[in-house]
Unconditional design. Structure first.
Lengths: 229, 229
DNA sequence: GCGGCGCTGTGAAACGCATAACAGCGTTCT
DNA sequence: AGAACGCTGTTATGCGTTTCACAGCGCCGC
């Protein structure tokens, strides 16, 4: 869920790739992993497109960005394509992530990380509650937010997740950015205002939920575009 | 976070409104609430635009959809505009929501609903774990998923949130749709395949997180569009 | 009272993205 | 062996959204 803004883009080789393409590539790779796991060797664009809920044309167009060529007769080789997308998406080295806010949501995020995502690791948690600080949570040390700057620098963290109440989110974000974070994932229901060179992604459950509720009330055959006039 | 597809639209009066507009309207209203709470009476489009992280032109254009006119000299009257947007967005009556999956994330969602959102209420929770079933959770009864159909019908639920492991999500979704749900909010990291008249919104934390990590590695001044060639 | 300023609302242009259409080619079937 | 099929990669078209630009107008200051 997101608001359309001047898209952040990133160069690869001499090309520039939009956020939308990146998101879909991530999705394709996940599907390819599942396919590889289930023993599939080759896949056609229309098959993969169905699994990703995308048109085949769009899939092929997206794949142009990663410079991988499929065979007209066999389609794409699952493992090879997965690796090629990985080469495009993955960091050269493991990225360290910080989590701020160890409430219900924070714990859910910890649970989410277990096992998965070897290339992204939560190496530090922060909170303001003394009861939650200076402990180990899922093998990860927790600190008081006031130590953020030191810890972030020491551990070379440049990605952070914010899972604190809305009222605290902006000041937390300011602290993080000041401590060198380049990229944020914000779960608080507030639009953060930050310098333009910081990448922010909002997961705004409140807005998303209202949106879903709104569209639950639309006319039955809306998908067919039946509007008069 | 979402993939661009043929946009779901909804008529209002004789106009049709896109998802993007709806999302922004929801956001504007939230900001207006905060402004009203802090005692602000009037607001100009450029002020509101900054708070919403949008251009003033876009804000004004969005507001055209709700048929509210501001004054050239005072701007928009905060409370009146908030109410006007509410009249556009809100359901005539309270909507009942179901939550499937009472794990970490499910509980976080319950916590989220506390106090807020009088127009959306979780009236039933479902799980497959016997230990979590037939209890009260935050004043809401929990049932085994096998009872979904009956309960959903009885309570007139047409919106549901899915917070179960990825492997179970599709079958849960099928059950829900079969039980009459029109609109889904899915937190599982799987793309659900459902009939086109069902509205689905994905909150895919895995994808979003990878995206954030990816853009943390972009060149420093990317925002200025410094690409050569 | 009149001129000028700054805001709103909206038509028109520009942009980005998705969709459609097509050329190339390896495989397979006759 | 030759032809036809179906898939890929890519170019061209179209659409939706955002951005630009300006007309209209109430208020404020002179």
């Amino acid at each position: 869920m997101t608001i359309k803004r001047p898209r952040t883009r990133r160069k690869l080789g001499r090309r520039t790739v939009s956020e939308l393409v990146v998101v879909r590539l991530i999705l394709y790779r996940r599907i390819l992993r599942d396919l590889a796991f289930s023993g599939t060797r080759y896949v056609f664009s229309h098959q993969l497109a169905i699994l990703a809920d995308v048109t085949p044309e769009q899939l092929r167009r997206d794949l142009m960005n990663v410079r991988y060529e499929g065979s007209p007769t066999r389609g794409y080789e699952v493992v090879a394509l997965e690796e090629r997308i990985g080469a495009f998406l993955d960091p050269p080295t493991t990225q360290s992530v910080a989590l701020v806010g160890v409430g219900n949501l924070g714990r859910a995020l910890f649970a989410y990380f277990l096992g998965r995502r070897p290339l992204l690791q939560i190496v530090a948690a922060f909170d303001i509650d003394p009861a939650k600080v200076d402990r180990m949570i899922n093998g990860c040390p927790s600190y008081h937010i006031s130590e953020a700057r030191t810890v972030m620098r020491d551990k070379g963290i440049n990605v952070a997740m914010i899972a604190v109440p809305a009222a605290a989110a902006q000041s937390v974000a300011d602290i993080l950015v000041e401590a060198g974070v380049r990229s944020l994932l914000n779960f608080a229901d507030v639009r953060l205002r930050l310098p333009p060179d910081v990448y922010v992604e909002h997961i705004d459950i409140g807005v998303t939920l209202e949106k879903v509720a709104f569209f639950a009330r639309r006319p039955v055959a809306a998908a067919k575009d039946v509007g008069p006039a």
